[in-house]
Design a protein around this ligand. Sequence first.
Ligand code: 3H9
Length: 683
Amino acid sequence: MNIVLTEIKENIAVVTIDNPPVNALSHVVRSGVSDAIQELCKDTSVKAIILICVGRTFCAGADISEFGKPPLSPSLSNLMAKMDQINKPLIAAIHGTALGGGFELALGCHYRIMIEGAKVGLPEVNLGLIPGAGGTQRLPRLIGVAAALEMITSGKPISARKAFEVGVVDRICDNNLLVSATKFAKDIIGKPFIKTSELELLASPEIFEEFSKKILKRTRGFLAPNIAISAVRAATEKSFVEGVKFEQECFEKLMKSPESLAQRHLFFAERLATKVPDIGKDTSIRKIEKIAIVGGGTMGCGIAISFLTNSIPVLVLEQSAKTALLAKSNIEEIINTLFVKGRLSENQKNFTTENLTISTEYSDLSLSDLVIEAVFEDMEIKKQVFQKIQKFAKQDVVMASNTSFLDLDEIASTTSKPQDVIGLHFFSPAYIMPLLEIIRTKHTSTDVLAAALKLGKLIGKKTVVSGVCTGFIANRMSSCYGREAGLLLLEGADPEQIDNVLYKFGMPMGMFSMLDIAGIDIGVLARKNIPTESFDERAFRIHEALVASGSKGQKTNAGFYCYNGKEKTLNPEVEALTQKYAEEYGIKRRKITPKEIEERCLFSLINEGFKIVEEGIAIRASDVDVVYTSAFGFPRYKGGPLHYAEHLGLDYILKRINKFAKVHGNRWWTPSSLLVSLVRENK
Ligand code: 3H9
């Protein structure tokens, strides 16, 4: 197979890249394109060159799997420098997604033509990097500093329409890309062309400071966005060549940073998580086209929106006409808000209206391929719902539960087809949160699991498969983290102190602020349905007392904090309760250091993560990282709990866990045997 192929027709050369799956700019592609261009420059019959890709996309960027390995010449920058010397027009013909180095390659061409529906972007910040092949120097020259800063620091791709509007592309076509690019080439042959590197760029220095301030909150802790700003700034202060040099220095520095290593780890981890050892290309997949959701509460509505906004019709089943109508209006209201915010197109909005059905009759489930139960988190209620689903749905229906804690094997055992039962654990709000935790029971059949994985991808979720245990991967880990935070309260810390430490570590917010937002009552209720031996009741006594007194969090203006408009202060009730329960449990209150708070909360999480892998609940360690970064906002620049553990040193973690076991007992601090063996093997 020719990875880079050149064909010449009527004075126009077409250089085609064919490097599946995403035409990454691997060494073979770089050298192929470089050689092709060199040859075509010499050929006087060639008047224009089109650069195009086959397969599902234009180049998706540098080959990330080559990062960290010895560089092979030509580098992408060498190739771009060569393209800058070329004396005939170069046209990039873009379909799919031109990302990172792929977009930079297109920016190095003199013209760009895009097919409708294609996208371009510089997502390097998502990998803890900045564009490293001239992107920070060329893009602002082409579209101005403000628009370039937004694209480079957000990493978000833009549509062909938007690209045309801001001046990234010269033409959009709606069908045959090569034919359109050839026509475009014929139009411009003989006309003078401009190199992006030679475009003039002017900007006032204030724009950079203002932009830095604007993105401060969303980029907290990340290294790359601010470095990207300085690289764009260099484009306004230095010559093109000097600017490119500065950009490359920044790129190389970032490449070695722990932040980029962590973010690259997640890139591959998220893709690996979709792979399950006994599910292969030949595995048959249960057909899922029609979906029904039993329960139109917050979760049910959120799940329905996730499908509807991805063009999948949904039936929502409720107990009464009144609650069914309420669910419908809630869904429509959210859809409308998303539309007003520009997050949904008019077409998507219309699809929703036409494809949402509500019902109160179980018999209406008879056409559904998948029924998701999203009712109250109560074992008995769920069992009854499953029995009804089986009674009314078709023979080969997939029966899913959205339970976040309960024993799915037990739920499945109430049906005569446990092989058709699976867990689809969405996180709230389901249409926003990126993770779908798929729970595989000991009976779930491979065609059902394969269908769930496919469905997750279809609705744009990151999928991770978990085995059955209390809380599965996400909530089991989160319970440990919450337990330590609760115990630390009793031992002498206050909610604000704990929250500040966790926020400083990089979590989006501290444990108690989070509980106040989510509603403290949710956890209190959930614990009523799970085995008491799976949690430490002491850690949650304050939660229970608060809920009993009506302080459920922000929704009641009081929880761990009191809320008065924008003002947030510690709730004095919490201090009184901690004193009371500390005394009751014989806990001597003391001054707690930030280090202890951080290590107790995070190392308990890490230890549980290793246990989850050791027990086979998670397929691999990196799945745990995907879950915790996607479900609970563990800082991506730290790569997830288990990646972070490796970064800190597993021997150090084990030493501290052993120390905590000595002080606080073995019940929660028995080190994971996987962790112990990893430390032993490393010695
Ligand atoms: C860069 O360009 C730096 C430059 O500025 C400077 C250089 C000097 N490399 O996501 P999918 C693999 S940094 C290697 O499931 P989709 C991926 O691992 C780069 N491999 O498909 C997976 O492999 P496997 C900037 C890559 O259709 C397979 O392709 N670019 C790369 O859902 C399919 O991937 C980016 O950050 C790569 N660049 O989504 C873009 N990209 O099957 C990263 C993908 O073995 N890529 N793979 O698991 C993406 O965002 C998505 O892959 C894309 C397709 C949207 C393209």
